[in-house]
Design a protein around this ligand. Structure first.
Ligand code: GCU
Length: 423
């Protein structure tokens, strides 16, 4: 027994070493690769006009991402019941109006409540808003006793007061540093945020969240071409958008989608598939977000599939170790957002997310912006840390670790202001 345990331990240690050794953190080890062409359709047609992009290539790429990567949504879910919990709470010394709304989706005896928290600038009616998922519950974004606590499953963080996968009062405001709300308000924007686990708890368990709404009797998980969690989160963002379109306090034409890390991946897919989002900001989204998969730098398809098997659809598993077989790469995901403003951001100590791969992807996607007659990313060379490159497609690499910081937000506010200015 002891021998067997030792043997198993050695296997695990050497296995994880092999995985770590295999991680590419050096440009010299990036294999040669060829990106699938953005502006050539699958049957070889060159895409030279916006009309061809919109009629042929864009739908084709959306279909490929949906079938092979994120998974398709199996069907319609009836419009939710809307419960308004609060309409004009005063917050941030009267600078903000706080509004809290619950969307309750129901179908076949199932119910799913999704809670929206809004801080809208009191002085600016119908201001543009940033819409972003949060990681730990709405109450984590500000130390505000009026924010309703989520009852959804949350990753345990005992030191933050999150135990048995439930939040407690102690976790109020624990993510406030990532959400500089006063700065956002002062710049003339509102913030709309939702806990992503309301839509689908982030665990390898397809029995909760929105997925089971479409199950047939006896079904336990989505089919191989159907939605994983990433697509469920993107779906949730679109449902929040449906609500915002009907809210008279919000300018639904100016909703800027923002996401950090895994939520940056979800934001990109949401913006790619739903043209109602006016802009998109991907912060440190990395593998299957903004970064090119074929570079295999940092996190790879095989690693993301094995660590987070529920994020992407079943079909995507076949590309673990076979990036060159993918009919798409992530520059195509970014291009699906064109000609809308897009910001991609990396961090120097976040090599896992492949900063250069994120930059190159934004550069490649710019081809489609060009097709629309606008310049995408305005530089060919990778910028120095903390030197943002602003434009319709913007990019920066910030000094520091995987995170979303006030520095990042300062750039996003500036970018959004620039892009909203009439030309
Ligand atoms: C892990 C994962 C990344 C993801 C990140 C996050 O590091 O490998 O793909 O972006 O978690 O969401 O924090």
């Amino acid at each position: 027994m002891k021998k067997l345990l030792t043997f198993l331990l050695i296997l695990i240690v050497t296995g994880s070493l092999a995985q770590r050794q295999a991680t590419i953190y050096d440009e010299e080890n990036v294999p040669e690769y060829q990106l699938p062409p953005l502006l050539k359709s699958q049957n070889g047609r060159n895409i030279k006009k916006v009309k061809q992009w919109e009629k042929i290539r864009r739908p084709e790429l959306l279909r490929l991402f949906s079938q092979e990567v994120y998974g398709k949504i199996p069907g319609e879910i009836p419009a939710p019941e809307i419960i308004i919990h609060e309409t004009n709470g005063s917050a941030f010394y009267g600078k903000a109006v706080r509004k809290q709304v619950e969307l309750v989706f129901s179908m076949n005896d199932r119910e799913l409540p999704v809670n929206i928290l809004m801080y809208l600038p009191a002085a600016t009616p119908k201001a543009p808003v940033f819409l972003g998922y949060n990681f730990l519950g709405n109450h984590s974004v500000a130390d505000d006793p009026n924010i309703r606590l989520t009852e959804s499953w949350v990753y345990d963080h005992p030191s933050l007061g999150i135990v048995h996968n439930q939040v407690t009062e102690q976790s109020r405001g624990v993510s406030a540093e990532n959400w500089p709300i006063e700065m956002i308000l002062d710049a003339g924007f509102g913030l709309v945020t939702v806990y992503y686990g309301d839509v689908d708890p982030d665990r390898d368990n397809f029995s909760d969240g929105i997925h089971p709404f479409h199950y047939k009797a006896g079904q336990e998980k989505p089919r191989p071409d159907e939605w994983g969690s990433m697509a469920a989160w993107a779906w949730g963002l679109s449902r929040v958008m449906d609500y915002l379109e009907a809210d008279e306090l919000v300018n639904a034409q100016e909703v800027i989608l923002l996401g950090h890390s895994r939520l940056g991946k979800a934001a990109l897919w949401a913006a790619a598939s739903d043209p109602r989002f006016a802009m998109c900001i991907s912060n440190n989204s990395g593998c299957m977000g903004a970064a090119l998969s074929r570079r295999r730098f940092g996190e790879t398809v095989a690693v993301v599939n094995s660590n987070f098997p529920h994020w992407f659809c079943g079909n995507f598993k076949k590309y673990s170790g076979y990036e060159d077989e993918l009919p798409v790469d992530q520059h195509m995901l970014l291009a699906l957002i064109a000609p809308r403003p897009l910001y991609v951001a990396s961090a120097t100590e976040d090599q896992w997310a492949d900063p250069l791969g994120e930059f190159l992807s934004a550069k490649q996607a710019s081809e489609v912006y060009q097709l629309f007659g606008v310049e995408g990313l305005t530089t060919d060379s990778f910028p120095a840390p903390d030197q943002p490159v602003f434009g319709r497609v913007s990019y920066h690499i910030r000094t520091g670790k995987h995170d979303i910081t006030p520095f990042d937000w300062e750039q996003y506010l500036k970018f959004a202001q620039q892009q909203l200015e009439p030309e």
